[in-house]
Design a protein around this ligand. Structure first.
Ligand code: FES
Length: 340
């Protein structure tokens, strides 16, 4: 961690083809150039990113994501969709969100072939278990992105797997040509087309073999249905990736945060997260989603009882209380000592 630094608009202009406000690279980040942009659906565009001087990018595993350092200090995480065997490029796909807070809107409007931007990662919070008997992948909308990479990996390994990809209409479905290569392993569900209905996730789970592992990425209602359908299964067989928070952040404030390395103390005020309190004080803290779904702000806890609100930590990790996501989680006690 400790990777991100921002640079002023004036300084950032030194980077060739950079747009105003881009963040500069640090030792853990890289500059990449957009080679192609591909219109996948009316709302989804994919981008082929390569190092500006050529060469190999860091290896990644299926389910991984990278952070894009966008103007105005926005940082957004996007799953890698291309095969993990590829080292010369990262491919991401971005859906233009009608309620965009600036990330996907900026990408769609301003990111084009030739542009250079700074990325961080890759990092993987949605790890594929490559050794199991059967893997069932369930994707909804833009949730196909990490699962496409997993499908390729499972196919390469000649594992037993299937993918069910849900979308409202055919026209909204991305990567059709790539998915067609997998033949009958991929099934589609269009709930808004004539005769269409919502995917019956519970029926898929019931029909699966006893040791199957399930992976799901999609909109919140789909993830809620998935979690309900798999609630009785052993946790190690269930794999979920969220793109947005499902719980309110802990912003009641009123507790003290002590940074062990510097000895500095801060009082977190009501309506602010720990992360925002530290950023406002000028500290350089890594972060991305600010919603507890990417893991960028994970911080070791040396003392205290975190009030966890993220979607990264397992129940066991939450109970252990040794680490927390400071963008959304708070404190159950008056004082929290962090390894910062
Ligand atoms: S910034 Fe993404 S989990 Fe905290």
């Amino acid at each position: 961690m400790g990777r991100k630094h921002t640079q002023s608009v004036a300084q950032a202009k030194d980077i060739d083809h950079c747009s105003d406000g881009l963040q500069v690279e640090t030792h853990m980040t890289r500059r990449v150039r957009v080679i192609t942009e591909t219109w996948e659906t009316p709302l989804i565009t994919s981008y082929d990113l390569r190092l500006i001087d050529g060469g190999q990018l860091p290896a990644f595993t299926a389910g991984a994501h990278i952070d894009l350092m966008l103007p105005n200090e926005l940082i957004r995480s996007y799953s890698l969709t291309n095969p993990q065997s590829e080292r010369h490029r990262y491919v991401i796909a971005v859906q233009k969100d009608r309620a965009s807070r600036g990330g996907s809107k900026w990408v769609h409007e301003a990111l084009h072939p030739g542009n250079v931007l700074v990325i961080d990662g890759p990092r993987n919070n949605f790890v594929l278990n490559e050794t199991v008997e059967k893997s069932i992948l369930i994707a909804g909308g833009i949730g196909i992105t990490p699962l496409l990479c997993m499908a390729d990996r499972l196919s390469t390994l000649k594992r037993n797997w299937e993918l069910i990809y849900c979308s409202r209409r055919r026209v909204d479905m991305a990567f059709i040509e790539i998915l067609a290569r997998f033949g009958e392993r991929v099934r589609f569900n269009f709930d808004e087309e004539p005769g269409g209905k919502m995917l019956d996730i519970a029926a898929i789970v019931r029909a699966a073999t006893a040791n199957a592992h399930f992976y799901c990425c999609g909109p919140l209602p789909m993830l809620a249905a998935f979690e309900a359908a798999t609630a009785e299964l052993p946790r190690e067989r269930i794999h979920v990736e969220y793109f947005s928070a499902k719980q309110q952040p802990a912003v009641a404030g009123g507790f003290k945060v002590v940074l062990a390395k510097s000895g500095r103390e801060f009082t977190v005020p009501p309506s602010k997260s720990i992360l925002d309190t530290l950023l406002d004080a000028g500290l350089d803290i890594p972060y991305s989603c600010k919603e507890g779904v990417c893991g960028s702000c994970e911080t070791k806890v040396l003392e205290g009882a975190p009030d966890h609100r993220d979607l990264i930590l397992t129940p066991e990790e939450r109970d252990a209380g040794k680490t927390m996501m400071i963008c959304c989680s708070g404190s159950k006690r008056e004082k929290l000592v962090l390894d910062l």
